[in-house]
Design a protein around this ligand. Structure first.
Ligand code: SF4
Length: 95
């Protein structure tokens, strides 16, 4: 695939491709750090939580599939709501 505002492959990355199951030519690095991570259990991906309670997304290729670009962007209102709640809690804690 051709690089654009919605797709690029960082073939220079030592981890490339960092998830299995996607053709190298179609592996999207745009969402290297998945924006859906912040949605916790509601992200919709194939995650698990480890014994220390940390979310492990190593088995989830969702944000790296080029065809999922629009699906990731569609979740931004939810991500913005998470950020707003976090800001609100921070402000409340200061008082
Ligand atoms: S998504 Fe990030 S870590 Fe994975 S191959 Fe691309 S640049 Fe490397």
């Amino acid at each position: 695939m051709k690089s654009s505002e919605r797709f690029f492959s960082n073939t220079s990355c030592p981890f490339f491709p960092c998830h299995e199951g996607i053709d190298r030519e179609a592996f999207n690095c745009l969402f290297c750090y998945c924006p859906l991570y912040a949605l916790g259990r509601a992200c919709g991906g194939d995650f698990r939580y480890d014994e220390k309670g940390r979310k492990d997304c190593s088995g989830c290729p969702f944000p790296h599939r080029a065809e999922n670009y629009s699906s990731v962007l569609a979740r931004y209102p939810e991500i913005m709501a998470v950020a707003a709640r976090s800001d609100e809690e921070e402000t409340t804690d200061e008082h």
